[in-house]
Design a protein around this ligand. Structure first.
Ligand code: ARG
Length: 463
């Protein structure tokens, strides 16, 4: 990047000495806001068309501006554009180049506009597209989860509370729990997008402008749903960035929770799943290792998303109206959250459908913690035993199981009858893990039949 004298800067008129070289670099944002170039050019083209429509520039000037901006877009995309730090940001770089290329008409583009409403518009255009992409990635992951859920609708695994075996559940049901978290994530982003898609352009520096701008027309060209109602608010508002980053932090929190379970399940101690080799790495010293790097890294990256949210909340909290240079600090956290989400979601959406479930192992694990104890108690209640007495009976049976290394479902009828004479042959219908899971056959329950119904409903929901 090159640097030049502050006399050449678009705002250089009232300055007597050049900007301090360090200050120039310190205050510049072009190093990161050049990411907005496409939206900056789209916004400028729409602004020029509107200036033409209301008669502030001529049709000929408008044509030159648009052609010039399209040429610049081509240069940037061919990597043939020299970004200059002394031109501070993406906006002034593009505008200065436009004037270099097309002369006088280029100087008229900024009529009735300020970088303050310009940058707010650019970020909104950028974020709108990123939200749409992230929503589509969330749905791709949801589709993958439904695939696993369908394959494993009847697969038994232990359900945990306190990470202690609690009751048998189906693996499909567990996948659907993850699916539901993502339903809320999609809804939050879709809702956030409504507040993103409002156009600040026309607010100018802070107070609006005396030119007869047709803001509705510009908004229509840029496909904004509406225009902002208060110029002071519009140039300084970054609520939409915070909202997005809050939704993003929650998405990363969900992915981090999924990751934690995948890491546990892939360990030798659980051994419920096999992650595809192509999503894992080995160790340079321990030849036997296959490490679940992708979920580990995603779990780690959730820290960034939280950090970005806190950075943005803190950035805004002390700002008086209207625009302050502080706002330039909104971009890096936002971009980082966008990148973190896109990377993490891509990895998860690619990986999830290929996770292999080791059914015998998850079944064996469910047998280890007396997971059908509640079922046995409920069975006794059904036979007329009071719940407190039933609890006591089952407690004794569990103690016997611990001493003899047997799960309840492994005990014979005679063994079980030592604890209560109310127990008869039909006990095995509830005592087996499959029987226990199948009996939770109500809306939202873990029974395979319910899981299949939920998958069908979910497929319609995301289509
Ligand atoms: N680079 C600035 C930003 O990111 C653009 C707006 C600057 N406006 C100003 N009056 N200095 O916020």
């Amino acid at each position: 990047m090159s640097s030049k004298d502050s006399k050449d800067k678009p705002w250089g008129g009232r300055f007597d000495e050049p900007t301090d070289a360090f200050v120039e670099a310190f205050t510049a944002s072009v190093g990161f806001d050049q990411r907005l170039y496409y939206f900056d050019i789209e916004g400028s083209k729409a602004h020029a068309r509107m200036l033409d429509k209301v008669g502030v520039i001529t049709a000929d000037e408008c044509k030159h501006i648009i052609e010039g901006l399209d040429d610049i877009l081509g240069d940037i995309e061919r990597n043939d554009f020299a970004w200059s730090v002394s031109l501070e940001d993406v906006h002034m770089n593009i505008e200065a180049r436009l004037t270099e290329r097309i002369g006088e008409a280029g100087k008229k583009l900024h009529t009735g506009r300020s970088r303050n409403d310009q940058v707010a518009t650019d970020i909104r255009l950028y974020l709108r597209g990123e939200i749409d992409f992230i929503v589509s990635e969330l749905k791709r992951l949801q589709t993958g989860l439904l695939e696993v859920a369908e394959r494993e609708a009847a697969t038994i695994m232990p359900g945990f509370t306190h990470l202690q075996v609690a009751q048998p559940i189906t693996f499909g049901h567990h996948m659907l729990a993850w699916y539901e978290m993502l339903v809320r994530d999609v809804a939050r982003l879709v809702d956030c997008r409504k507040r993103v898609n409002v156009m600040p352009l026309g607010s100018a520096a802070l107070a609006g402008t005396s030119y007869p701008l047709d803001r509705e027309y510009t908004a229509q060209l840029l496909e904004f749903d509406s225009v902002s109602n208060n110029s002071l608010d519009a140039v300084s508002d970054r609520d939409f960035v915070i909202e997005f980053c809050a939704a993003g932090a929650l998405i990363m929190t969900h992915l981090s929770r999924f990751s934690e379970e995948l890491v546990l399940w892939a360990s030798a101690q659980f051994d419920f799943i096999e992650l595809p080799d192509r999503f894992c790495t080995g160790s340079s010293i321990m030849p036997q290792k296959k490490n679940p790097d992708v979920p580990e890294l995603v779990r780690g990256k959730s820290g960034r998303a939280n950090g970005n949210l806190i950075a943005l909340l803190t950035l805004m909290k002390g700002q008086p109206l209207a625009y302050n240079k502080d706002n330039q600090e909104d971009k890096e956290p936002l971009f980082d959250t966008v990148d973190t989400l896109k990377g993490s979601l891509r990895a998860f959406a690619d990986m999830m459908p290929h996770v292999q479930v080791k059914r015998e192992n998850s079944l064996r694990a469910a047998k280890q913690g007396f997971s059908t104890a509640t079922d046995l108690a409920d069975y006794l209640v059904g036979k007329g035993v009071a719940f407190r007495d039933a609890h006591e009976v089952v407690g004794k049976a569990v103690r016997y199981g611990v001493e003899n290394g047997k799960d309840l479902s492994d005990m014979s009828l005679t063994e079980l009858q030592q604890f209560s004479s109310a127990i008869t042959e039909d006990v095995f219908e509830v005592l087996t893990l499959e029987g226990s899971a199948a009996s939770r056959d109500l809306l939202g329950g873990t029974a395979p039949q319910q899981v299949r119904m939920q998958i069908e409903r979910a497929r319609k929901q995301i289509s």
